[in-house]
Design a protein around this ligand. Structure first.
Ligand code: ARG
Length: 580
């Protein structure tokens, strides 16, 4: 970077300090000079003035000017347009990717539903946020390992086995396993209220499972594989991928070793037959690592999993995408890892998120507390279909568009919020075609596709065909490319055009920031902003009716927007129809 040699700062660090000024009149980027005040022993305003005078002219910079404690940079628009637009079109689906994470590995633990308990909305949040992070880290060149730490072990299996043996129905189980296992679980609890024997029976069956009783193991394996099949169907629906499905049960035979290790480090003490890790000195409540009856706990499995994962992947970062109600659990887990002497404890991050409240009763919760993911998705597709039928009655494959829009609305409705905050989920809001929503971004994308299709039809005299617009753009690039630059750039002088170009130039930096903070919301908001800039541009700058040269330049600009919107949505796990 330009400033780095003048300041003696590391370019990467410098870049992190760069801000986007509140209004474009103040420049495209600003460097806050108070960052240097301490080391330079000077007032920030003096530093700003000094740097402004020292910045050497370079082609991409129009000027640098001091404004109070800030040094503001104004990029050279024609230069940017001439270089950026061909670059976007050349890179296509790769545009926005970088190799800043090359050689580094990140493990992401997300989704992690529990077998026999429903795939609820909290798991949806984890799935959606984790999936976006998986894609974003991948785009930054990291080696990414996605792990689904399934809740596939625990006393609930004792209950399920008892309930299934008493009143189970194999056909119902096959038909809708996730729902049916949940029903069994609920049935167990209502029976247990009447029959006090049941709880004891469940404990016995769980012990049988732990000691490898064939009937118990056979039932567990059936519940497991049927549920997994069902989860995978949902993941396919959402385009979510995992590299590993090692759930809690996978660590069963590593638990003794893990507990022994904790004990040998002086971390755990016996207390009435149970094993406890004292963390009071570190400001945390103590936690059980082994129960009196010898059973291990959720945290013991997490400890075994973390050690195992580190041995296997040597990760540079490990993210746990789990709701904020488990904050204490992860504080304890990371502290224990640290106290066990593993320096990689520092590399573990709890990427926490808040709750979702449904605004109206249209998506009522069963039993007053759970919501089934599939119901939410189906509902979203239905509502999207109603809107599309009304807005675009002649559209060919309305169902396909409705699927993309409905799923997109739910995913984006989550991701656009800062993840740590609670969300109030409002169907009208997430499906609003002009709000901060997926449908708005998707609609802008489809609008551009339509411009490109019409340009293609005008050019060839042919009927409109899906994706034919891309061909026109390829032609333009062939004709208009002169060396590295693009000759029509100087024609894009309208403020809306310039603002749009600047916005496009910020795509990559929003990806990096999303990765760094594990906040896909940065990218989601950026896409809304890009769509807004595009719509402003399109409102005041006609494309197809512009004079030939200008039309070609604008087509290239519009294609750049299309690529950014498409790639951005893709990174969030959302598809974009070319018509809707
Ligand atoms: N199955 C757990 C739950 O639903 C989430 C697991 C998260 N991952 C982990 N490694 N603890 O609460």
């Amino acid at each position: 970077m330009l400033l780095a040699p003048l300041t003696g700062m590391d370019p990467g660090v410098m870049e992190k300090h760069l801000e986007i000024p509140p209004s474009p009149q103040l420049g495209d980027y600003a460097f806050p000079c108070y960052v240097l005040a301490r080391s330079w022993k000077k007032a920030p305003t003096a530093i700003a003035a000094e740097l402004a005078a020292a910045v050497e002219p370079v082609p991409f910079l129009e000027r640098a000017a001091a404004a109070g404690a800030y040094l503001n940079f104004f990029l050279c628009r024609p230069y940017l347009a001439a270089n950026l637009l061909p670059e976007i079109v050349r890179d296509g689906r790769q545009f926005g990717s970088s190799d800043e994470g090359r050689g580094r590995t990140v493990v992401i633990d997300y989704s992690a539903p529990n077998i026999a308990k429903p795939f609820g909305i909290g798991h949806l949040r984890s799935t959606v946020i984790g999936n976006a992070l998986y894609r974003l880290y991948g785009a930054c060149g990291y080696r990414v390992v996605g792990i689904n730490h399934l809740g596939d072990w625990g006393t609930q299996f004792g209950k399920l086995i008892v309930a299934y043996r008493r009143f189970g129905d194999a056909a119902l189980l096959e038909e809708d396993p996730v729902q049916y296992l949940y029903d069994l679980y609920v049935a167990f609890h209502s029976e247990a209220e009447k029959d006090s024997q049941l709880e004891e029976e469940a404990r016995t069956w769980f012990r049988k499972l732990e000691t490898g009783d064939p009937e118990a193991v056979e039932l567990w394996a059936r519940f497991h594989s049927l549920s997994l099949k069902e989860f995978k169907r949902l993941y396919d629906m959402l385009g979510v991928h995992f590299d590993s499905y090692r759930g809690e049960s996978y660590y069963n035979n590593l638990l003794d070793k893990t507990i022994e290790l904790a004990r040998s480090k002086g971390l755990a003490r016996e207390s009435k037959g149970a094993l406890v890790a004292d963390l009071e000195r570190h400001g945390l409540p103590p936690c059980l690592l082994r129960k009196k009856d010898g059973g291990a706990l959720y945290i013991t499995r997490d400890l075994a999993a973390a050690i195992h994962r580190y041995e296997q992947y040597r990760f540079d970062r490990q993210l746990y995408v789990v709701g904020s109600e488990q904050t204490l659990h992860f504080q304890q887990l990371f502290k224990i890892i640290e106290l066990m002497g593993f320096p990689w404890a520092q590399r573990c991050v709890h990427v926490s998120f808040g709750l979702i409240h449904f605004k109206d009763g249209r998506m009522s919760t069963r039993e007053g507390r759970v919501i089934f993911l599939e119901e939410v998705l189906n509902r979203a597709v239905e509502l999207a279909l109603d809107i599309i039928r009304e807005k675009n009655p002649t559209l060919q494959d309305k169902e396909k568009a409705a699927r993309m829009v409905g799923h997109g609305a739910v995913i984006f409705g989550d991701l656009v919020n800062d993840r740590v905050k609670d969300i109030e989920f409002d169907w009208d809001k997430v499906l609003d075609f002009s709000g901060e929503t997926a449908p708005y971004v998707q609609y802008s994308h489809a609008r551009i596709c339509s411009i490109l299709r019409r340009a293609a039809a005008g050019e060839s005299g042919d009927a409109l065909e899906e994706d034919s617009g891309v061909k026109v753009i390829e032609d333009i690039i062939k004709k208009d490319f002169k060396g590295a630059g693009f000759t029509g750039a100087e024609l894009l002088t309208a403020p809306e055009e310039q603002q749009l170009i600047i916005t496009l130039s910020r795509f990559q930096e929003h990806i990096s920031r999303s990765v760094e903070d594990c906040r896909p919301s940065y990218l989601a908001r950026y896409l809304v902003e890009t769509a807004r800039e595009f719509n402003k541009f399109y409102h005041s700058c006609p494309v197809l009716s512009a004079p030939e040269e200008l039309k070609r330049a604008r087509l290239l600009l519009v294609e750049g927007v299309r690529i950014v919107l498409w790639n951005g949505l893709e990174l969030l796990g959302i598809e974009a129809p070319s018509e809707m």
